[in-house]
Design a protein around this ligand. Structure first.
Ligand code: CS2
Ligand code: MG
Length: 402
């Protein structure tokens, strides 16, 4: 089964998505997500100029060999642009393998380890009351786990608070929107948010929170301690993770579980965090961490250290990524949770999919392959719309981590 054509499709049904479509000489096709929010065109160029020519004529069934070719063969290894491109190829090839076997990808991986994939939704509001009300709305929709983010008085554009409710999207302008950050105000505020949410919704629901790389290790340690009474499922990206050692300090001070890794692109970004048991959940996902082939290596390493998976699943990851992630989640022995931010109706129409939500769980469905396709005619009706993610500054103008 030879690869006959490789096509990169860019569409914007509400937000930008890059999709790779691989077609074989037997008429089977597979797709993979290649979206890197705010840097979409870098991946498009990499795929079109440097990857597609290598693939034509190759045996589509040799997923591992093609992965190694794209990783080792480039000489310049890793990095988000390259690993996203590799992920797209890898996902499309798993999709094709599933279709040629007549099996959903989770069966190829080893079969289901559970009946469904527990997901967490996003509750956000302008203030504590609105956020707590949103948590209630998610519980009513059946969610067992909810991430809570709130506007903070005195902090302009706090992370995680969108204009929309179900479809929060931070990449909102051609040039980055400037937000303001204040650590002291936030550290004071966060425990109050979770105090009210626990008071109003009880102990049953799992609660999550994303710090989005804003704190230093000692500040993160303090936040973790102050949130302990509210028994969070996890505190995410509490400090930037370029220096994996930084988590040693946080870890030594708090029992609040730690999650990290949505911006990681390979096992080398998280091996120290995992091997030293400095985190509880690894957030790497299919599209940004080299596809199913590489993600299962990360999960395998994590399993040795009782670190569980918690794949990134914001709306900038297309349904093609979500579908692939759900097959992975249904199989992976050390599954923790899956993030699930709903896509808009337009996006769901451009990407018809077999996965479905019921009572707090997603299931990838039984369609062969990843169970997600792209309607190219419809996709063409939504042209690329350049948008970037915001930036953050401190009140004196200093650049900070968004
Ligand atoms: C986030 C994302 O979902 C998350 O946990 O951190 O919303 C992230 O900001 C976006 O995916 C960036 O594109
Ligand atoms: Mg996050």
């Amino acid at each position: 089964m030879k690869i006959e054509s490789v096509k990169v499709i860019v569409t914007c049904p509400g937000r930008n998505f890059v999709t790779l479509k691989i077609v074989t000489d037997q008429g089977l096709h597979g797709i993979g997500d290649a979206t890197l929010n705010g840097r979409e065109k870098a991946v498009v160029a990499y795929l079109e100029d440097h990857v597609a020519p290598l693939l034509i004529g190759k045996d589509a069934s040799r997923i591992e060999d093609i992965w190694q070719l794209l990783y080792r063969g480039a000489y310049w290894r890793r990095g988000p642009v390259k690993m996203t491109a590799i992920a797209a190829v890898d996902t499309a090839l798993w999709d094709i393998k599933g279709k040629s076997a007549g099996m959903p990808v989770y069966q190829l991986l080893g079969g289901a380890s559970r009946d469904g994939v527990m997901v967490y939704g996003h509750a956000n509001g302008a203030d504590i009351q609105e956020t707590s009300d949103e948590v209630g709305r998610y519980i009513e929709m059946g969610y067992k786990a909810v991430r809570a983010q709130s506007g903070i008085p005195g902090v302009k554009g706090a992370y995680g608070v969108g204009r929309g409710k179900l479809h929060y999207e931070p990449a909102d302008a051609t040039l980055p929107t400037e937000t303001l950050w204040n650590t002291a105000t936030y550290l004071n505020f966060a425990p109050k948010l979770f105090d009210q949410i626990r008071n109003e919704h009880g102990a049953g629901v799992e609660l999550l929170h994303d710090v989005h790389h804003r704190l230093t290790p000692i500040e993160a340690a303090r936040l973790g301690q102050s949130l302990e009474p509210y028994r969070l499922f996890w505190m995410e990206d509490c400090t930037p993770a370029e220096n994996q050692e930084a988590f040693r300090l946080v870890r030594s001070k708090t029992t609040t579980p730690l999650a990290v890794g949505e911006i990681f692109s390979s096992i080398y970004d998280c091996k120290d965090l995992i091997q030293n048991q400095l985190i509880d959940y690894i957030r790497a996902t299919v599209v940004h961490a080299g596809g199913i082939t590489h993600l299962r290596q990360i999960a395998g390493l994590a399993a040795l250290y009782q670190v569980r998976t918690g794949c990134h699943g914001a709306t900038d990851l297309s349904p093609a990524c979500m579908g692939a992630a759900l097959h992975f989640d249904l199989w992976v022995p050390n599954f923790g949770i899956q993030e699930y931010m709903r896509h808009t109706t337009e996006t769901d129409e451009v990407f018809p999919h077999a996965y479905s939500f019921s009572d707090g769980y997603l299931h990838p469905g039984e369609a062969p392959g990843i169970g997600v396709d792209i309607d190219e005619e419809l996709a063409a009706k939504f042209p690329y719309d350049p948008k970037q993610l915001p930036i953050a500054r401190l009140s004196d103008g200093t650049m900070w981590n968004w």
